[in-house]
Design a protein around this ligand. Structure first.
Ligand SMILES: C[C@H](O)[C@@H](O)[C@@H](O)C(=O)CO
Ligand SMILES: [Mn+2]
Length: 597
């Protein structure tokens, strides 16, 4: 059963992509000769984007084409009005010809923008492209330049592959920008164990993401549990499903710290209720209105959230691991559905990183502590094993108590290789396998109130990208990322290393792709340059997409291992130093400032 729930329950319609066919306004021959070919470019782009892209909640992406070609300012204004009426959040201009830049460009400062200038030479589309980009840059309205590598004939209505790739990369990132705007981040509790990432930096959320911050105290969970403010029918179903599908793992606590069977049974009831309550807090639940709780039924319009848990909650109540893991996964007792972006320890910055990864891949994310770099020598010393293959230069142990989505077990496949897929591509069989690959171990002594932690080991061979946003005083937010692969270690080696950390938590063994220089000189340097205790791991090598998205938000990227030819940023970035892309990124982001100022 595939259900659609999640983001589509949030307020605000889904952003559309607005397509602007730009034309030379001179009548009496020129404009007339271009009308059809220009409009056809717009139609072709609309077809491509609506065929290839979906919103993360599974609904199709809609494109809106301007009513007429835009030859001057009157038609530009009519189009802007139409786009506002239609809820357009991303703007894409197309043209095969010369047109008048300042009269035709889109001047909405918040709308991610790109221009595809047709590479033909019968009419000078590329000349317009260059002049329009110059106008954008002069006016402080950065735009992406899309210019095909090979000349096409004027009547050619196909979109070359390189142009398609850029259109899709731009549009997906642009939609992410527009989807976040106006939504909330919900802090459930506040700062966990002194982790600074838990401090909701409202200026960051508001100015860079266009989001608002909402807060509830964790006592709200107690109130809802005690007063029965949740859907009782769903709770009964959820508990039965959990008992059937969530296998209890080994209790590794010394006997005097083990909870009784009775306490554990009670803990299962509590953690299932916590999952319902956290979801309802995020997106509301009409069922709560039916039982007299109209305010609670509305939720906080949260596209992402975090649960403090430690220690205020976990010193006394069961931990948040079940709630976090099940909500961040692509399925629960209601079937296969969009994952929720929920951060453990209320690490707001990791939640945002998960949100970016989710909006770009549509899939679930792994939240993890960046716990240990295991060098080949250290592994040899401790286990006698010589690391080989992808792991030969050492591995990074990603592990945390909380919300690594169960998708992170790697039991879904794409072409036979482990994957984390958008929920609409996940099969019942893949759900079954990942539930079977997961155990729920009674929580260890960190958690005096009990609870159950997810334990799985990610299958090897999955291409992934590990990322993290950090906030630096005086600089603002920066993004770091490392593309790489998951690896598997021989069982006995895994067990020895896992036992040294925490055998009740999910493990992902990660190996970054190395470049031989800087932070990617070796695996150790990646670990050594990581900017905080947490990371978010997305399926696929999405570094280039994250970088495109970060540039739209004006978040500079301080560390990445993406090849230069995959970088795609607004054209103005080249003006800040074309031979030093990283430095130019910092200067450009600083110059233009956060998207929402
Ligand atoms: C249980 C411990 O407190 C862990 O949760 C802690 O080491 C962290 O995860 C810190 O990020
Ligand atoms: Mn942690």
């Amino acid at each position: 059963m595939t259900t659609v729930q999640g983001v589509n329950r949030l307020q605000g319609s889904l952003p559309k992509i607005g397509i602007r066919p730009i034309i030379d306004g001179r009548r009496g021959g020129i404009r007339e000769s271009l009308e059809e070919v220009t409009m056809e470019m717009a139609r072709a782009v609309a077809r491509l984007l609506s065929e290839k892209l979906r919103h993360s909640n599974g609904l199709p992406v809609e494109c809106v084409i301007a009513d007429t070609c835009i030859g001057g300012v009157a038609e530009a204004a009519q189009t802007a009005e139409k786009f506002a009426r239609e809820g357009v959040g991303v703007s894409l201009s197309v043209t095969p010809s010369w047109c008048y830049p300042t009269e035709t460009i889109d001047t909405d400062p918040h709308m991610p923008k790109a221009i595809w200038g047709f590479n033909g030479t019968e009419r000078p589309g590329a000349v317009y492209l260059a002049a329009a980009l110059a106008a954008h840059n002069q006016k402080g309205l950065p735009a992406f330049s899309i210019y095909g590598r090979d000349v096409q004939d004027m009547g050619d209505t196909t979109i070359p592959e390189d142009v398609q790739a850029k259109l899709l990369q731009f549009a997906k990132a642009g939609l992410a920008v527009a989807t976040m705007r106006g939504k909330s981040y919900l802090s459930m509790g506040n700062v966990s164990m002194g982790i600074a990432g838990c401090i909701a930096d409202e200026s960051f959320f508001q100015r860079y993401l266009g989001m608002r911050n909402e807060y509830v105290d964790m006592s709200e969970f107690v109130r809802r549990m005690e007063l029965g403010i949740y859907d009782k029918d769903e709770y009964a179903r959820a508990l039965a499903w959990t008992k059937e599908h969530c296998k209890e793992g080994a209790d590794v606590n010394p006997p005097h710290l083990q909870r009784t069977r009775e306490q554990k049974d009670g803990d299962w009831e509590t953690v299932v209720k916590m999952a319902l309550i956290a979801r309802d807090l995020m997106i509301g639940n009409p069922k709560l209105g039916e039982i007299g709780y109209g305010e609670e039924a509305l939720g906080h319009n949260a596209i992402a959230a975090g649960f403090q848990g430690q220690r205020a909650w976990t010193d006394f109540f069961p931990n948040g691991d079940f709630m976090e893991a099940i909500l961040t996964s692509s399925y629960d007792w209601n079937g296969i559905r969009e994952p929720f972006m929920l951060s453990t320890e209320n690490d707001t910055l990791n939640a945002v990183t998960m949100l970016l990864g989710h909006l770009l891949t549509d899939a679930a994310q792994i939240f993890a502590d960046v716990r240990t770099f295991w060098s080949p020598d250290a592994v040899k010393r401790v286990t006698g094993h010589t690391l080989e293959g992808r792991a030969a230069q050492g591995v990074i142990h990603l592990i945390n108590s909380g919300p690594a989505a169960l998708d992170g077990a790697g039991q879904q496949t794409v072409d036979g290789a482990p994957a984390m897929k958008p929920f609409w591509d996940i099969t019942e069989e893949e759900v079954r396998k990942s539930l079977e690959a997961t155990q729920w171990c009674p929580a260890v002594d960190f958690f005096r109130g009990g609870g159950f932690s997810t334990d799985f080991t990610t299958r090897g061979g999955m291409p992934v990208t590990m990322a993290r946003i950090n906030v630096i005083q005086g600089l603002g937010p920066v993004l770091q990322l490392a593309e790489g692969y998951t690896v598997e270690l021989p069982d006995d080696v895994h067990d020895k290393l896992d036992q040294r950390s925490n055998p009740t938590w999910p493990t992902t063994w990660f190996v970054p792709n190395l470049t031989g220089t800087g932070a990617f000189k070796d695996v150790y340097s990646v670990m050594n340059n990581w900017g905080s205790n947490h990371s978010a791991v997305s399926y696929g090598h999405i570094g280039a997409d994250l970088i495109t998205l970060a540039s739209m938000l004006r978040i500079p990227v301080c560390m990445h291992n993406v090849a230069e030819d995959r970088l795609f940023r607004p054209s103005a970035w080249a003006a800040f130093g074309a031979s030093d892309a990283t430095g130019a990124d910092f200067r450009a982001c600083d110059n233009f400032g956060p998207l929402y100022k």
